[in-house]
Write a protein that binds this ligand. Structure first.
Ligand SMILES: *Cc1c(COP(=O)(O)O)cnc(C)c1O
Length: 335
């Protein structure tokens, strides 16, 4: 089982018309800081507000029309993507969640047309129910990242990046389970082998970076983070993304919560864009001097905009933010 450029080209055909071909826009402010053209791909403009629609659409397209439906247990952007993709393809979707998930997230997924099933008190309980639906009701599980169709769907971002800017020297990719980074690296390096693809994540819970170093999936503790979409492990029985990231990513860079806070403010005040913490880790890495963009035009992916608005307004207003046992001191932009 592997993923090729041909799979990614096929994915592009399948997702066209529902997933948006998103704009790649320059950031004059970030270009000044980095000393080279700095570009941002606005996956925030997808209809679910995040890139995960691409992989979900490609995976749902692999399910036969008239099949009983699809299921997953993500409460975040993957759940939104699966709900939207299933509805667009006329298939039922059941998203399983634990009773601890906030009502706003339940409502958000319901509004996209999926059935939400509340089971148990943990993500594990929700996942067990999802597997039971596969076994007993014949639903197809759509995995969040470790799946060839999902990886190929996310890889369509790599095609679009190099069509718009063939001169790109580096791509900074927000990294969690690695479906996005694996897909982009496969596409971009097939087209332009010399391009650098760098995975960026938060320093607390960098599952993929630690797993690549260890050579095997490493469990990480889940902690509260401004980049909540980057939380979680890569799966103990990881089949694809660990080896693809190991083979194709050029580097891993970790950023702190304070650096993410500063990057969210900067994106808002300099570029007028609202994005979740996971989206801005590429900016955070450049602003902190942790990647040098000096080698040429650099792009990052603004992966999503589904941020808790109370937290977002705290950040852009310069108020402090409490993340579990970590207190981030606030400051006004530029102060
Ligand atoms: C899922 C997600 C990521 C990370 O994607 P992976 O394929 O898990 O590495 C980054 N940003 C946002 C907003 C996401 O929802």
């Amino acid at each position: 089982m592997s993923v090729t450029l041909a799979d990614i080209l096929a994915a592009r055909q399948r997702i066209a018309g529902v997933a948006v071909r998103t704009p790649l826009v320059p950031s004059p402010h970030m270009s000044r800081i980095s000393g080279a053209d700095f570009l941002m791909k606005l996956e925030t403009t997808q209809p679910i507000g995040a890139f995960k629609l691409r992989g979900a659409l490609n995976a749902v397209a692999g399910v036969a029309a008239g099949a009983p439906g699809v299921t997953c247990c993500s409460t975040g952007n993957h759940g939104r993507g699966v709900a939207y993709a299933a509805k667009a393809r006329g298939l039922p979707a059941v998203v399983c969640m634990s009773s601890l998930v906030p009502q706003a997230k339940v409502n958000g997924i319901r509004a996209l047309g999926a059935e939400v099933r509340i089971v148990g008190r943990s993500q594990d309980d929700a996942h067990r129910e999802s597997l039971r639906l596969v076994r007993d009701d014949g639903l197809t599980e759509i995995p969040p990242f470790d799946d060839p169709l999902v990886i190929a769907g996310q890889g369509t971002i790599g095609l679009e990046l190099l069509e718009d800017r063939p001169d790109l020297a580096a791509i900074l990719v927000p990294l969690s389970g690695g479906g996005l980074a694996a897909g982009i690296a496969l596409a971009a390096k097939a087209i332009k082998p010399a391009i650098r693809v760098i995975g960026i994540t938060m320093d607390r819970g960098a599952a993929m970076a630690q797993s690549v170093r260890a050579g095997t999936p490493v469990d990480v503790e889940e902690v509260a983070s401004l980049a909540d979409s980057l939380g979680g492990g890569i799966g103990r029985d990881n089949k694809l993304t660990l080896s693809i990231c190991r083979d194709l990513l050029d580097d891993y860079v970790l950023v702190t919560e304070q650096e993410i806070y500063d990057a969210m403010q900067t994106l808002y005040f300099e570029d007028g864009l609202v994005a979740e913490g996971a989206s801005v880790v590429g900016l955070a890495a450049v602003m902190a001097g942790k990647v040098s963009a000096g080698s040429g035009p650099t792009a990052t992916i603004l992966t999503g905009r589904n941020v808790d608005m109370a937290t977002f307004t705290d950040v852009v207003s310069g108020r402090g933010v409490t993340l579990g046992d970590v207190e981030l001191k606030g400051h006004a932009y530029g102060a």
